[in-house]
Design a protein around this ligand. Structure first.
Ligand SMILES: Cc1cc2nc3c(=O)[nH]c(=O)nc-3n(C[C@H](O)[C@H](O)[C@H](O)COP(=O)(O)O)c2cc1C
Length: 180
């Protein structure tokens, strides 16, 4: 397997929104989940958990319920929010721990970079946050095994890109301040 170094992967990674239907191999999934597992965590709490969804029918039904929720609540419409990726990884963790969100973000990016380095595509997905915090998604939280004392934090769609790697939006200037 060809593996890019981490700087190449960080610079080349772009959000992918079109995937082939083929599932990740065991080896590919293992690498992505190792990247989750070895992410640093505040106070070494390691309390963020990853739920790996690979049941295509379940994913479609979940996306349809999410779409219905966005329609009913009058927010931005989200059709097929996970872009038919063969794998969707949901991160969740302790509601009360102050670093759950940050630890999740770090783990998500670790996975995204590892995935890119082995030729996979990803997109980080925050759009389901409100839905996952709403009583309307209670049945899904139960199906996914998200506990009452946990909150959903972020999702990551993973698969083989079925498109050119996008150029990516230009990055804003002036975000870096030097004090020498
Ligand atoms: C916390 C977070 C949440 C995001 N949520 C979504 C999302 O719900 N749907 C989506 O299509 N992209 C989502 N993105 C992807 C961003 O839109 C994307 O990273 C940004 O436009 C820069 O493009 P690039 O990733 O190709 O460099 C999210 C990214 C982050 C970091």
């Amino acid at each position: 397997m060809e593996v890019k170094n981490s700087v190449q992967a960080i610079m080349n990674r772009r959000s992918i929104r079109k995937y082939k239907s083929e599932q990740l191999t065991e080896e590919q999934l293992g690498i992505v989940l190792d990247a989750f597992n070895w992410a640093p965590t505040a106070r070494n709490a390691q309390e963020v958990r990853a739920i790996v969804l690979q049941d295509a029918e379940m994913l479609k039904a979940f996306a349809a319920d999410f779409e219905a929720f966005t329609t009913a609540t009058g927010g931005k419409q989200f059709k097929n929010f996970y872009f038919d990726a063969p794998t969707l990884i949901l991160l969740c963790g302790d509601k009360e721990f102050p670093y759950t969100g940050i630890d999740s973000g770090i783990a998500a990016e670790n996975m995204a970079v590892a995935a890119d380095s082995i030729g996979l595509g990803t997109v980080i997905l925050g759009c389901i946050r409100n839905y996952m915090a709403d009583p309307a998604s209670a049945l899904w939280r139960e199906k996914f095994g998200i506990k009452d004392d946990e909150m959903f934090t972020i999702g990551l769609a993973v698969g083989t890109p079925d498109c050119e790697i996008p150029k990516g939006a230009a990055r804003k200037e002036g975000k870096i301040v030097f004090i020498k």
